[in-house]
Ligand binder design. Structure first.
Ligand SMILES: [Zn+2]
Length: 432
């Protein structure tokens, strides 16, 4: 029996040659082999010469040895690749992660499969499941359902129990106004601490005392039961300046900084203790992250921020860390003048509203601080074309650098066109 031995091939191209039937002509073998080998090794010149049966058997044993070498090399390569991944984590691709894995890995500084996506969504979620926002605010089961369905539908990495700024204030006894399809609001003109003397007798509310805080804890607990470890779960508390303003009235509090700083400190003591109790209840219910909303802090400037607000925010941040949760600081408005202080609190995530310069925040906070935002939710997300949405996120990402989470400067407006929401999602999905 006559076989043809191909010359001019390396081991990677022997297999197709060895498989050719002995009845095939030499020219045919060369043609077929060129087809296979050409793809692997580029066009090469081959020749074929006839060999006898025993030579073919010899070739077969050589062939088996070649494949043994090939597999050994492949195994060694895999081990080397694993070692390289450990040494250079950013030079490798990462297996697909779920939302919780992605967020927690990113917070730790580990490699992730794509940028985390953590927009603030509340009214948008209620609309997604066709309920009035009043139901979302007042029924924790509705809130949880809306959050989970929306996060699943759009691939958001977190679910959250935030709904309005009036949960703690309501439980303190403040007068709150509820609406059919809007967030609950504090009645500023009838503030609980309009008379400063009321602070001394104010009872500390129990976050698990069947009030509005308890409902939010129940929402969080229900969401944790439903999403398990698939998505990160985020709780929410009012920051010291925001809650002080909720109880005292924002305008009155601004005068207090000048007129009665001792009262401000006593008030901040009270609201910070309340925030810590509320945060602990949410961490116990499964929160991975606690958001601190302290919008009023953007109104007071660096002097009062550093002197009054920062120490209490720091106490709150440290306390939440001691509970084992991460912290997301959210200060709406123009916080450019206080970015130094915000960056030194040790929060895992700092949100930036669109008034606040990303470049200034990055410069003040250093390269490792995770920044989120600062796309203008109305101008650049709701009212823009989809391509402009992509461009807006790209610009923020450029200014923020690698440590960046996708989300707008504040809440995603409820009537944002879905193609614009998808442009935001696509931005996160396509970027590392
Ligand atoms: Zn905001």
């Amino acid at each position: 029996m006559l076989f043809y031995k191909l010359q001019g091939l390396n081991s990677g191209a022997i297999r197709p040659a060895a498989r050719q039937n002995c009845d095939t002509t030499a020219d045919e073998i060369i043609r077929l082999t060129k087809m296979d080998a050409g793809a692997l090794h580029g066009e090469r010149e081959f020749s074929a010469r006839p060999v006898h049966d025993r030579w073919f058997r010899l070739e077969q044993s050589t062939f088996r040895r070649c494949w043994l070498i090939y597999y050994t090399n492949a195994l060694a390569f895999c081990y080397s690749w694993g070692a390289l991944k450990t040494i250079f984590p950013f030079s490798t691709t990462v297996d697909e992660m779920n939302g919780r894995e992605r967020v927690l890995a990113f917070l730790k500084g580990d490699a992730v499969d794509r940028l985390p996506l953590m927009p603030v969504v509340m009214m948008f979620c209620a609309d997604q499941i066709g309920v009035k926002y009043g139901e979302y605010v007042n029924d924790y089961r509705v809130l949880a359902e809306a959050q989970i369905q929306t996060a699943d539908r759009f691939g958001f990495d977190i679910v959250s129990n935030m709904s309005d700024p009036a949960r703690e204030a309501f439980d303190c006894g403040a007068r709150i106004e509820f609406f059919e399809d809007q967030p609950a609001a504090i009645v500023e003109s009838d503030a609980l601490l309009a008379d400063k003397a009321q602070l001394a007798g104010l009872q500390m509310p129990n976050p698990l005392g069947d009030g509005r805080m308890h409902a939010a804890v129940n929402a969080l607990s229900l969401m944790k039961d439903r999403v398990g470890n698939e998505k990160a779960v985020m709780g929410w508390v009012e920051g010291p300046c925001a809650e002080a303003a909720d109880l005292r009235g924002i305008n009155t509090l601004m005068f207090d900084f000048y007129d009665d700083p001792a009262f401000v400190l006593r008030l901040f003591d009270f609201v910070t203790e309340l925030a810590l109790l509320y945060a602990q209840a949410q961490v116990n219910a499964g929160a991975d992250i606690i958001g601190i909303g302290d919008a009023a802090a953007s109104l007071i400037g660096p002097k009062f921020y550093d002197e009054f607000v920062w120490p209490y925010e720091k106490k709150l941040v440290d306390g939440i860390h001691a509970m084992g949760a991460a912290v997301r600081l959210h200060i709406c408005g123009n916080a450019t003048s206080i970015v130094n202080g915000m960056g030194s609190l040790g929060c895992e995530i700092v949100d930036l509203d669109y008034f606040t310069s990303v470049a200034a925040a990055r410069q003040a906070m250093g390269p490792q601080q995770i920044l989120l935002g600062n796309v203008d939710p109305v101008r650049d997300l709701r009212n823009a074309e989809a391509e402009a949405v992509t461009a807006a996120f790209a610009q923020c990402h450029r200014q923020a650098g690698e440590r960046y989470i996708v989300g707008a400067g504040c809440e995603i407006p409820r009537d944002t066109p879905l193609e614009n929401v998808r442009a935001m999602i696509e931005y996160a999905n396509s970027r590392l």
